[in-house]
Design a protein around this ligand. Structure first.
Ligand code: RNT
Ligand code: ZN
Length: 420
């Protein structure tokens, strides 16, 4: 049908072949790499425990664009729409507060593996793997600003229990789907102002985490990850689970480490960290996000930073040990479009990285020819990757280019606008 797309692809293929790059092979490889879409973009991180409970934990979704998902069925419907506009087969990243309670009022530690059976059935039907997260925020037991690192043993025990159940839910999901579920622990614990005792909370956090991870789980079903952060809203001066804390924890316990692109100083990028971290931890989880001035969780755009992250994964041959997830929540635009734009960008950046003549670049570098390295890297920026991307979208039966917005607008009119 779209002859011009194939013509453009053929020309692009020749240009890349001249650099020794096989575009067909890049597309084949690209189709095997899943991105884990975060369920929480669909409803501003509210979940289905208590719709009136606001978001806490020092994170924030701003905006009130109409049509957010109010039930698991609506969320699945919205996700189906987003997946239908993103080339490839992708995963879903669930938070514990997003189970199907079928009308029952559940508190945080009432969630059980069977509450996720509808998600599992849906995932089986659509070939999605699922990842998981305990929800250690937006709950009265987290109101002090502390969870696993609280001075109060009752509070710690409550969250240890929640994280333990979450791992069991993760293992249940992974076993059912035949692909390991990455269960990622992130906690908000920290202080707004200068602490007098940084040490005590970090000592408590190690103890709590060791209890959470005490029961071994089959790695074919569940993989444990821990996520660090520099600061949050209301925890500007001190976050217990800092990068050094979790780098040491993940290294000594051999868990996965989660690097969130928004969790470092604004001028620091996670791309440079990957090849260091990979020396010490078995696998990596990424929360691809975009901080604007702070950890604002903006929709992922095709930035230099995004490209640098994907380049590192390809150049270092780290894709086999990396789980790529997304983490942003923008409530000021169409939420299905937010997923679609952000994920398409992540896939597109990955494609651009796969289209590099990596071996050639690395040979130039090893031989000391930094002039040619610079020249080639700059010329690559002008290569016709857009034509290869369009071909991929066409191959995968998703809209080519901006055409996906037509489907978003129709969906908005027919479905989202009907939600009160
Ligand atoms: C918060 C962390 C965490 C959350 C999700 C909702 O700063 O990035 O990953 O965004 O768990
Ligand atoms: Zn994150």
């Amino acid at each position: 049908m779209s002859n011009s797309i194939e013509q453009a692809y053929t020309l692009a293929q020749e240009r890349y072949a001249a650099l020794g790059v096989d575009t067909d092979a890049a597309l084949e490889k690209l189709a095997t790499i899943p991105i884990s879409l975060h369920c929480w973009q669909g409803d501003d991180v509210i979940g289905f425990e208590d719709p009136d409970r606001g978001l806490s934990g020092g994170i924030m979704a701003t905006g009130n664009y109409p049509g957010k998902a109010r039930t698991p069925d609506e969320l699945r419907q919205d996700l189906d729409m987003a997946y239908s506009l993103i080339p490839g087969t992708h995963r879903l990243n669930l938070h514990a507060i997003y189970g199907d309670s079928d009308g029952a009022k559940l508190d945080r530690n009432d969630w059980q593996p069977h509450h996720f059976d509808k998600w599992i059935a849906w995932a089986k039907e659509n070939n999605h793997g699922i990842d998981f997260n305990p929800t250690c925020f937006s709950h009265p037991m987290a109101d002090s600003g502390f969870t696993l690192a609280s001075l109060d043993q009752g509070v710690r025990d409550f969250w240890i229990e929640h994280c333990r159940i979450s791992r069991e839910i993760g293992a249940h999901i992974g076993e059912q789907l035949g692909t390991p579920c990455v269960t990622n622990v992130w906690i908000p614990d920290g202080y707004k102002d200068t602490p007098a005792n940084r040490r005590v909370h970090r000592e408590l956090l190690v103890q709590s985490l060791d209890e959470v991870f005490a029961a071994p789980l089959d790695p074919r079903h569940n993989l444990d990850a821990v996520e660090a952060k520099l600061f949050g809203i209301g925890s500007e001066s001190y976050v217990v689970g800092s990068h050094e804390f979790y780098m040491g924890y993940a290294t000594s316990r051999q868990t996965l480490l989660c690097l969130d692109a928004g969790h470092f100083h604004p001028t620091e990028t996670i791309a440079d960290k990957i090849s260091s971290v990979m020396l010490y931890v078995p696998e990596l989880l990424l929360h691809v996000s975009r901080g604007v001035r702070w950890d604002s969780d903006h929709v992922v755009t095709l930035t230099d930073e995004l490209q640098a992250i994907m380049q590192e994964l390809v150049r270092g041959n780290f894709l086999v040990r990396t789980h790529i997830g997304l983490d942003f929540f923008d409530a000021s635009i169409n939420r299905v479009a937010a997923w679609t734009i952000g994920t398409r960008n992540a896939v597109r950046a990955l494609l651009m990285a796969l289209l590099e003549p990596t071996e050639h670049l690395q040979k130039l570098e090893a031989s000391g020819d930094f002039t040619s390295r610079l020249a080639l890297l700059e010329e690559l920026k002008g290569m016709p990757f857009g034509a290869v991307w369009d071909q991929y979208c066409q191959q995968q039966n998703v809209p080519v280019g901006y055409a996906f917005m037509d489907e978003i607008r129709t969906y908005e009119k027919q479905i989202l606008a009907q939600r009160g």
